[in-house]
Design a protein around this ligand. Structure first.
Ligand code: PEP
Ligand code: MG
Length: 314
């Protein structure tokens, strides 16, 4: 299967009943873009931009960032780039951005909450992204958003920059990582262009299990029916407003989860580059009708273990 998957990597991931899913790559460094394209990725579904901020002793200036993002766009040859704005704070501090001690950093100043305390840094990043895009397909998304108020505050910065640097086809979206956003997806959907489900954090916050916890992490399973319910709510709300939904957490490359996500009508999966060919091959072997049955089955269960026992292993 591996050899065949590699051979067909540049073919679209189309199910046996003719439904195509985009399979994109998650990158933590723009230098890896050519490799992702070579492995058949339909774009970058998650650029974790933290690396640019961590590599420098101070906040990277506009030119430094433009250069980085340009690398990615140049290698993508017109394929889309979904860039996540800076997602640090709490457990991932930056030397030049001192933060007060927090007892619960995962519930503290993280992601967009932190960025909104320094709108100048967020604005520079957005300016760099729009400049580098030069009308190539750019999608910007914000991490750790909890509700519409935070999204509006962040989007206002994008609109301000966009008034100066027009960017054709720019899409602005929200990561679904906090359960409140999935529960209220119907309030966000009219104002976003897309959602991208970060199942790593969504699982952590839904099950109240630290994602890096040595003893508990085995129980932190994105196939938990509660997480699946939240994904279903997100997709239903998005599609009611003709918005697309991606999944960019680890769950998107889990062979048992792929049919379920397909059955929940997700439009895009974004996975580690080296898994792109296999995920595409896996989708080509499925029908959407069968996948919908798998999703219904999973949603009828009470625990992640029950879900895993019931679902077939591809
Ligand atoms: C996630 O939370 O699922 C995600 C994709 O973001 P990160 O793993 O970078 O927190
Ligand atoms: Mg996350």
């Amino acid at each position: 299967l591996q050899a065949q998957a590699h051979e067909c990597r540049n073919e679209p991931a189309t199910t046996t009943d003719g439904h195509t899913i985009d399979v994109c790559a998650n990158l933590g460094n723009t230098a890896h873009t050519p490799d992702a394209v070579d492995r058949g990725a339909d774009g970058i579904g998650l650029l974790r931009t933290e690396f640019i901020f961590m590599e420098h002793p101070e906040a990277p200036d506009l030119d430094t960032q433009v250069k980085e993002y340009r690398h990615a766009f140049d290698a993508l040859n017109g394929l889309p780039l979904v860039a996540r704005t800076l997602d640090v704070g709490g457990d991932k501090p930056l030397d030049y951005w001192p933060l007060a001690h927090e007892d619960n950093p995962f519930l503290g100043l993280r992601g967009i909450r932190l960025s909104l305390t320094r709108p100048d840094i967020l604005e520079t990043q957005i300016r760099a992204l729009l400049t580098a895009s030069d009308n190539r397909p750019l999608r910007i998304m914000f991490p750790m958003v909890k509700d519409l108020e935070e999204f509006r505050a962040a989007k206002a910065i994008v609109e301000r920059v966009r008034a100066e640097i027009p960017c054709q086809g720019l899409q602005v979206g929200v990561m679904i990582e906090v359960p409140s956003c999935a529960l209220l997806a119907h309030t966000l959907a009219p104002e976003v262009d897309f959602f991208s489900v970060g199942t790593n954090d969504l699982t952590q916050y839904t099950l109240a299990i630290d994602r890096g916890h040595g003893q508990l992490s085995a129980q932190s399973d994105g196939l938990h029916p509660s997480v699946l319910q939240l994904i279903r709510m997100t997709v239903k709300a998005a599609h009611a407003h003709h918005r697309w939904v991606g999944v960019c957490g680890e769950l998107a490359s889990d062979p048992q989860a792929i049919p379920v996500l397909l059955g929940l009508d997700v439009d895009e999966l974004s996975v580690t580059s080296r898994r792109v060919p296999l995920v595409k091959a896996c989708i080509r072997g499925l029908s959407r009708e069968h996948a919908r049955g798998q999703a219904e089955l999973a949603l009828s269960k009470a625990t992640a273990a029950e879900v895993r026992d019931t679902l077939e292993v591809l």
